[in-house]
Every structure is written in C-alpha cells, then in structure tokens.
Design a protein around this ligand. Sequence first.
Ligand SMILES: [Mg+2]
Length: 343
Amino acid sequence: MELAKKDKILGSLMAGAIGDSLGAATEFKSLESIYEHFGPAGLTEIHPPGRFTDDTQMTLFTVVGVVRALLADDRPSSERWTGSFHTAYLEWLRTQEIRYDTEKNSGSWLVHESTLYRREAPGHTCLRALQSGEVGTLEHRFNDSMGCGGVMRAAPVGLLLGDSFSRADRYEVGCLSAAVTHGHDGGIHPAGAFAVMVGDLLNGATIEEAVLELVGLIPGDLQELLDFAVEFGGSGAIEPMSLCDELGQGWVGDEALAVAVACAVAGPDMETALLAAINHDGDTDSTGSICGNLFGAMAGIDAVPTRWVEDAAQSDLIRRVAEDCVSFLDGDCSPEFSARYTG
Ligand SMILES: [Mg+2]
C-alpha cells in the first residue's frame, strides 16, 4: 500500500480517538459552562489526558467486524456483514461489563485488551440493543433510535473498503453496521454516508468533494443537511454559538455528521477543526470523534498535533489497530493474523 494511505488510516483512527478524548471533557457541559471551566477560548487540551470513550471503543470493534467478515468471504453477503458486526459489538459489550473475565478465551485480540474494560458514558441504545439479544437489519428494526451511536463508530468501514468496494457497497455496509443497534433511518443512513466519505477521503477527495459524491446515493434530506454543513463550514471560522443553532447538537446521527463535516471543512488545520467540533452545547465526544476520523482520513497522521498524540489515551493500541488494517489491506491473511481476529 502507498505510504499516503497508511498515514491516512492511522491519521483517521488517531484523530478520531483524540477528538473523542477532547470532547469527553465537554460532552455534558453547556457552552457557557465550558467557558467557565476552561476559559474564554474553551477547552484547548485533552483534559485529563488519556481517556477516550465508547465512540473510539466501538470504532475499534468495527475494525474487528469488517476484518472478520472479509476473512470469511471476499464479498460477504448482507447476512454475513450483520452477523460479523453483531458479534464484534457483543465483544464491546463484554468490555462494558467492566470485570475482565479470564475464563472467556473466545473473541478477537481486542476483547482481551484489559485497558478497554472501562465505561465512559456508553450510549443507552447500543447497550440496550446488544443486551436484548435481537439483531437489527435494514429489514428487521426493533427500536426507533436515530441516535449518533451508529455513525460515530463507522469510520473503519470506509477505511477498509475504500480501496476495493464501490460507493454503493460502502454505503450499504455502513448502514448495516449501524442497523445492528439503531432502527430509525436517521440513525442508519448517516453511518452509510460517513463510510462512503471516509473511503473517498482516503482516495484523495476533499471533504467538499466527498459530500458531492453522495448525491443520488443517500436520502435527499440528509444530502441537503450535509450540503448546508459544507456551505456553513466554508463561510469562515466556526462560531460556537451558531454551530448548534444551524446544524443541531449532534445527539442524533445526521446532526453529528453535519457538525463534524462543517468543522472539518472550516479547518483550516486539524487543531482548529477539532476544537470547533468539541466546544459547543451538543454531543461533543461524538462530533469530535467523527470530525477527527474525517480530517485524519483526508490529511493523514502528520496533520495531527504531536502533543495530542502524546496525551491521547492508548495511542499504542490505536497504532496497533491501524497497522492491522494496513497489513490486512496489503493481503496478510496468515493463520496468525486470522487467529487474532477470529479468536
Ligand atoms: Mg462517547
């Protein structure tokens, strides 16, 4: 694989984890209280260092879901994708049980990473859906959730399918990954759109171009919102007061993607984009995480401020997952590699 793509895969996963870690400190605060706590510039550093949330945890398990499906079949069926995502997210659910169960030997290498056994305000929809025993698909929907828990974890679909799957395929797989836990179109379609965009960014598109390429693939109302997000982000520096007024707070899927897109378009650099994505009234860890995934897939690891990489939680773990993605895309299907994913 060319160096640029390797850097972008690492950049996307690392910047997503950093946006999530930054946003974890502002998630349940109003903008006013963010200013009270952190000063007139808002939050500008990871505080405290070393803490990412369910957004990044679930993103890492999406890698497991995609790799496992592709190890079983070059062109997995919808059923295979759904089953593989469901199994991977059940592994994440095990990490939310907090106590690492050494008796359980099954599962991917990630489920044996004891540092992932932390609860960081996991989304209720994801927990409840996975605990229910039901498995959501595009046809079988067992709740009506349009929360952003589906979109915030979908970046690896774009990172791993960007090379060899069409936009339509990436869209479907992204939607399937969200539909496992989310039953409303508003929780599902943004995940598909995000997966398409991340793949296009990996292949050299700008954010604006990646949004344009969605035309005809995604529902018209989502396209309109994302077009508006591009226009809003392109009109100058993001005003924290108007971001949520114009695009929403990001608790639901389409708004989370729109806020992240606007901040990434405004940029102009990763630091400014991420700080805009985490200093507002809404779901800041998710909008920070999605914005980081987008910006990193476009600009690569060199665009990520090094001080944040040092302060980020478990950057070694993120690096190992990114290296696995690259090895897999380079054709490593060795028994050792497979065993780490199939468990
Ligand atoms: Mg979170």
